[in-house]
Design a protein around this ligand. Structure first.
Ligand code: ACM
Length: 562
């Protein structure tokens, strides 16, 4: 870099610091008009209201950027922006361009600085994720067809206000979970979910792939899991208009092939979303038991994939049978090969152990392991699965019963650094897990279970659970209580919106319940608590209605301005 450019850069950084230090008032008043959700950490706008106009031909200068992931992201950005606007962008290895990409290792991992002047746009980041989020923020300030990748009207002017944004997320884990077992969603419907998550800078898609009502992922070593386990005789359906009705014919086979998975993993990765696949074990396994009854506690019985959408099965995996445990290991092994992300999820929720208590093989194993309770067998099983994941360099998630069920043994969880997803009694569970040195993700039933009704009204379509949580309840939930000390608060690694589909059988209805509450959880994950502001959030949701409409998304209208 020449001396002159260094000088210009340092002047820029000085101006930026001054804007950040002295721009508080401007930032507050501008933030009220800025339509970026989640709200960025620091914003300073040009006091004279100047704007950058995307020229007919634009260049992106990538001088000194070596990370191939940044190159791939910027290439996608240029193609998307060119297609949507009808302008023509090119990437160059130069120092100067309409966009200047600058890798700056002093910035936090997912953080970025975006400096828009009349003349050009500077994007500073330390990682490809930061670069991606800067470009998402930039596109969010343009008409919504741009971020949606849709061709716009030819006569549109593509103007962005001159602005400096310095931004970074509060939490590293900003998740959404979707249950595709109770009802199945096609790869295209999953991609729509990933698209909307990426617009709101969410970075973990927890995919609940198996349950009593269907096994939805191809496992090559156990083909009956999908041949048998992905079809139920019938299925209770729900959509927005009819409360409930029977499908009246077999539901399925519905599952993702390994090729589908490969494509969806790639699609998510391009949006900086890691997929955390969940196979729920050792309970919630009726679909697997229907396929392989030999791994149940009663191999002599025949099982069916459940058609009813609620209830808890007492038929669970026989962890006292070495073949059943090997089956689980094999499944986890294939899962690790399919999903490149840092974690997988083994479920572990709602697992009644009555059958283990009466089963001689389970009793023998309990004695052999020197365990004081049958519940501790579940802890041992989770530890075993964590070890398979660890062989692939991956961590393991489990639902919070793994630490809160009576008789649970913390030792295998601690030895394997299992991460705990807190849903029932979420806060006490998180306190227990973090006090034992485990990391937690907060997804409380109620405010973050966004399949529940979003309004207390008889007009609302039937949704899971008798309760309801409005956008305001979801938004205002405090995931890390203020009395948690800093030596434990770092173990709260993030938040997650969770969506069960017992009562939701169409993508259109799922989106209605998901939005806009997903945006509220996205803001909890990204924006510092002191900066959150519900009326301003509602304003930004309203500002995004053209985007949601253009994307064809369905959403709750309860907070839409009349
Ligand atoms: C759960 O809601 N059963 C995790």
């Amino acid at each position: 870099m020449t001396q002159k450019i260094k000088h210009i850069l340092s002047l820029r950084m000085l101006c930026l610091s001054l804007l950040i230090i002295f721009g508080d008032k401007a930032a507050t008043s501008f933030a009220q008009e800025l339509n970026i959700t989640p709200l960025p950490m620091s914003v300073a706008m040009d006091s004279e209201g100047r704007q950058f106009e995307l020229p007919r031909k634009f260049t992106v200068a990538m001088y000194g950027v070596s990370d191939p992931k940044v190159w791939a992201d910027v290439d996608r950005f240029v193609r998307k922006l060119s297609f949507a606007t009808g302008k023509k962008g090119t990437i160059e290895r130069k120092e100067q361009g309409h966009f200047r990409m600058v890798q700056d290792k002093t910035l936090p991992a997912e953080g970025y600085v975006l400096i828009v002047s009349e003349k050009d746009v500077e994007v500073r980041f330390s990682s490809s994720a930061g670069c991606y989020y800067a470009l998402q923020s930039f596109m969010k300030m343009l008409p919504p067809n741009v971020i949606l990748g849709k061709e716009g009207e030819k006569k549109t002017d593509y103007l962005v206000p001159c602005i400096t944004i310095q931004d970074q997320p509060r939490f590293g884990y900003r998740g959404f979970m979707l249950d595709v077992s109770r009802h199945f969603f096609t790869p295209d419907e999953i991609k729509r979910v990933l698209d909307i998550m990426s617009i709101y800078k969410m970075n973990r898609f927890h995919w609940h792939l198996t349950d009593d009502q269907g096994w939805r992922i191809e496992i090559k070593k156990y083909p009956k899991l999908t041949e048998v386990g992905s079809v139920s005789k019938d299925m209770l359906m729900n959509d927005e208009k009819q409360t409930k009705y029977w499908h009246g014919k077999p539901y399925g086979p519905y599952f993702y092939t390994q090729e589908d998975i490969r494509q969806i993993v790639q699609y998510a990765a391009e949006r900086h979303i890691e997929i955390i696949p969940e196979v729920d074990m050792p309970g919630h396994m009726m679909a697997a038991m229907a396929a392989y009854p030999e791994f149940s506690c009663h191999p002599e019985r025949t099982y069916e994939v459940w058609t009813q959408n609620l209830g808890l099965s007492v038929d669970i995996l026989n962890v006292g049978n070495p073949n059943a445990v090997q089956f689980a290991r094999d499944v986890v092994e294939e899962l690790c090969q399919m999903f490149p992300g840092p974690e997988i999820h083994i479920g572990g929720d709602e697992c009644p152990i009555m059958q283990w208590e009466k089963n001689p093989e389970c009793d023998q194993l309990r004695k052999k392991l020197g365990l004081s309770s049958h519940r501790a067998l579940q802890s041992w099983f989770i530890g075993e699965m964590a070890q398979v994941a660890a062989l692939h360099g991956k961590g393991l998630f489990a639902w919070n019963e793994s630490v809160t069920a009576q008789g649970a043994d913390m030792t295998p969880l601690k030895e394997n650094n299992v991460k705990v997803m807190c849903w029932v009694g979420a806060q006490p569970a998180a306190r227990k897990a973090t006090s034992q040195g485990l990391d937690v993700v907060i997804t409380p039933i109620g405010p973050y279970y966004i399949n529940r009704k979003q309004w207390n009204s008889p007009d609302e379509p039937y949704a899971a659970g008798p309760g309801n949580d409005s956008l305001s309840v979801t938004y205002n939930y405090i995931p890390v209580p203020h009395d948690i000390s800093p030596d434990l608060s770092h173990r709260y690694i993030g938040v997650q919106a969770t969506f069960w589909t017992e009562f939701v059988s169409s993508s259109h209805y799922m989106e209605y319940l998901m939005l806009p509450r997903l945006m509220a959880v996205a803001e909890a994950g990204w924006t510092q608590e002191a900066q959150k502001n519900f009326p301003d959030f509602v304003r930004r949701f309203n500002a995004d209605i053209p985007l949601l409409d253009l994307g064809g998304y369905n959403y709750g209208k309860h907070y839409q301005y009349k």
